[in-house]
Design a protein around this ligand. Sequence first.
Ligand code: HEM
Length: 479
Amino acid sequence: MWRGSVWRFQCLKKVHWGDQPLRLNDASGISLRMDKNQQSPVEAELAIEDIGLIAFAKKAGANIFSVIPDASRTQTYLRGPANIHYVCDPEMITELLAGVGRKFPKSQFTHNVIGPAVGKGMILAEGEKWREQRHRYAPLFAARNLPVLTSHFAKTGDDLADFFAHANGEVDVSDAAQEATLTNISRVMFSGNEAVAKQDVRQGMRRFTDYISYMSLFDLMGLPKWVPRLKWLRSKKAITDLRKLTRDVIANRQSARHDVPEDFLDLLIEALDTDLEDVETTVDNLLTFVAAGYETSANTVAWGLYLLAMYPEVQESLRAEVIAACPKGPITFEALPKMPRLQAHVRETLRMYPAGALFARDALSETEIKGVTFKKGDVIMFPVYSLHRNELLWENAAEYQADRFIDRKYPRGQYIPFGDGPRICIGAQYAETEIMVLLSSVLRRASFVMTDHPVAPPNLTFTMRPSGPLILRSRPVSG
Ligand code: HEM
């Protein structure tokens, strides 16, 4: 139950990186750091004050950041309202995700919100059912498939680069990036299906992600069921429609198989054949991959371009690196390792703007870690956004410094854009490859500068996204 005062602060650990200078690998002479006098990148608005129960419930539905205490950026553990814990201590995080708590189930509220959409899919399955699916789908995301995925992403990357180069003016990079990752998912998972118009799939997927974007903490708080969830009910049709569409896509492809697997759907159907998985679970998992993989990558690309527009010298140095690694033609898988500075930029983007900005578990049994007792049923929140900007853990936490990822490793549990332990994101390599390919394709052909439009702070529902259009000015790159 909610009891008046909300945030009880308990600092577990103070770590100072200030004494340890970063080892820079700055061959080009241009540091991936910002100018000290420049404005800092936009930040989420976290909860500064205690709020009452009703205000909490009302605010959380629209933007979860508004109920994550700002103090979670300056403390490593906080006790929240009711039975909620906010954990930003790397050792505790590792213990909870990969150690003693590794079998703690996904939080009930996550089930309530995305369950109707992704059913028994991998993201929500537990125990043996989860293990089977994880085992079955791991090969789809294996490193050996990355070159094929890269060739799909590179086609989209060329189209996106074309768009930005020709726009030669103000563009909403967030919208364009979403179109691109949606195209990638269509290419990789649903390609070549004559019976289902591509537009239907795209519209279905957009409606579907709108649906899962409405995440409510009402269930988490154990609030009464009368609290209205109109939007949730209205958009349920989006799920039914997309499930039907997905079933059709699978049936069509089954009747017109490619001899050699050409895309993700072929690989999924192969898994369906060999492991005798039922079609409904395959539908659940296809939708899981859409839900988990489309907006997340898109927003990372959008924030990545925003940061490059803020720091033109960094943008220039990354462009030079990309052109040296792959001067023309589609970006290849082999070219990616030749872009370490771009990779550091992607990591820094995921530090500052982690798409999975919060995830949670329910404690399975009473557990004590570092003096904190988690009672059975307690909700354990991992506010990745705060963790990645925690002032006790990061030097200049609010500032863009991509070179903090060059020649530098951090303690386990401090940087977890893809989670950790057995439930770590299965699509992490897919996403990193996709983001690298899209950004590198675009950087060769277009440049980006800031405009007078204010940049809206990030908003957190199912994933973290800009709370409004992210307008930059794009220009073609000459030469
Ligand atoms: C920048 C992009 C991405 C980010 C930041 C991200 C983040 C995450 C995080 C933090 C988790 C762990 C959640 C938890 O422990 O409760 C997760 C799980 C998952 N992600 Fe991702 N993800 C991204 C892209 C993708 C892509 C592209 C796919 C698939 C195409 C994907 C599929 C999944 C699945 C299936 C799970 C559940 C894994 C399991 O429970 O075994 N993700 N993701």
